[in-house]
Design a protein around this ligand. Structure first.
Ligand code: MN
Length: 425
């Protein structure tokens, strides 16, 4: 008997807005903005090229309601290419594209079956001997165990469960449609095509319980290769492989600045790391560069971060490799010797003593946030929502670093001012 090939994807988030993207001049912004669409096209290309027998989409095909009908038209046109190739598609909606979330709707091509949201449904792919069981989300926050209502396996068929779930919640993500792997096993299905967790993960092999991960990373917390899963069955014996189809690869490479004697040397090291990043199979790469290590030029870097970021971006434009987007440059370097010695003399010593006085009160502000400074906490929450600070990765832990940055900046300005004065005399 021939192999049965099922292409399983989830969390496509087509037209996800890619918040927090730095749109500086020269950045490959269009490439990044269109990445979720191009990843879907690449998925369809793979399905056709490999003549898969069916495509399974396990929720969050859309990121939310469409800005206009073009999102739906684009998806319909890609799924129509599968129709032309005679490939059926079975899908469920997840929390992002739950019925209540989508205010606009379009009919999909006739090869597409959308499993309903009021109760579990089963669709039979008759000529393949496959039963696909599943249920869509009626609303965004489904906290019931949907899988509990799925039917028992049909012993005469290959049984597939299509489910958008956080599983037991230990993999992170919002706690929707929770269930245990034990309960899934008890259904005696041959394959559980899951969605919702954005990391690729084969949870169990017997039976296969699989998260393909999202189709296309959308920010630096979704780094590394992304794509779908090809599940191949010979009889009841299944195996899986990841099919990478992402069009923009997110990476967070580190630049070791240990021993760098000046800023030029740091920039040279950044350039080398960017050249390696741009060499990943010619795919557009979005990077957050993290500068670490102990260096004498720590203070010089901290006092000129905007310039440093621009220099790194300028370097990224001419690597000779794939288009690069430098999302952010994070300074995590340490001074080669203590920047400011509270026991020392002069300007540095004086500033160090002032900062040491400030440090405990800063710690107290952070510690007391839940109580006395509740309004501050809510203000911070509002600011976060406004600026999507989480997407930039700037959290409470950044506060002490901000103080160090302020110290470095202040010291450099004071030193420059002092120098200017002495020259004037
Ligand atoms: Mn989801």
């Amino acid at each position: 008997m021939d192999d049965l090939r099922l292409l399983h994807a989830a969390d496509l988030h087509v037209d996800s807005p890619m918040r927090g993207l730095a749109a500086y001049d020269g950045a490959p912004v269009d490439e990044v903005r269109s990445a979720t669409r191009r990843a879907l096209s690449a998925l369809v290309d793979e399905a056709v090229r490999r003549s898969v027998h069916a495509v399974l989409l396990a929720g969050d095909l859309y990121d939310g309601t469409w800005r206009d009908f073009n999102t739906g038209l684009f998806v319909a046109s890609e799924l129509a290419r599968l129709h032309d190739a005679g490939i059926p598609v079975v899908l469920v909606h997840g929390n992002h594209d739950a019925e209540s979330q989508l205010t606009r709707r379009l009919r999909l091509p006739p090869n597409v079956t959308v499993l309903g949201s009021s109760a579990p449904e089963t669709t039979l792919l008759d000529d393949l001997g496959v039963a696909v069981h599943g249920q869509s989300y009626p609303t965004r926050a489904v906290v019931d165990d949907l899988a509990a209502g799925y039917p028992e396996a049909d012993p005469g068929l290959l049984n597939v469960g299509l489910l958008h779930t956080c599983l037991d919640g230990t993999l992170g993500h919002q706690p929707y449609a929770p269930c245990s792997t034990r309960a899934l096993r008890a259904k005696r299905y041959d394959y559980w095509a899951l969605g919702h967790v954005h990391e690729h993960r084969v949870v169990e092999r017997d039976p296969l319980i699989v998260f393909p991960g999202n189709l296309q990373g959308r920010h630096v917390r979704e780094a590394g290769p992304k794509g779908a899963v090809l599940a191949t069955f010979r009889g009841r014996q299944g195996s899986v492989e990841q099919l990478v189809v992402d069009q923009v690869r997110w990476e967070q490479p580190e630049v070791d600045c240990t021993g760098a004697s000046d800023v030029d040397e740091v920039l040279d090291r950044c350039r080398s790391v960017l050249e390696v990043a741009a060499d990943v199979d010619r795919r557009c790469v979005a990077v957050r560069l993290v500068l670490g290590g102990t260096t004498r030029c720590d203070a010089a870097l901290r006092s000129r971060q905007e310039w440093l970021t621009a220099e790194v971006r300028a370097a990224s434009l001419a690597t000779g490799g794939a288009p690069l987007l430098v999302e952010q440059v994070v300074l995590a370097t340490a001074p080669a010797r203590p920047l400011l010695d509270p026991g020392g003399g002069g300007l540095g010593g004086e500033l160090a003593r002032v900062l040491d006085e400030l440090r405990p009160s800063l710690a107290a502000v952070v510690a007391d946030e839940a109580g006395r400074l509740a309004p501050l906490a809510s203000l911070r929450a509002q600011l976060r929502a406004l600026c999507d600070l989480e997407a930039t990765g700037l959290g409470d832990e950044a506060l002490p670093g901000l103080l160090d940055d302020a110290a470095a900046l202040l010291l450099e300005r004071l030193a420059a001012a002092a120098e200017g004065r002495s020259r004037a005399h």
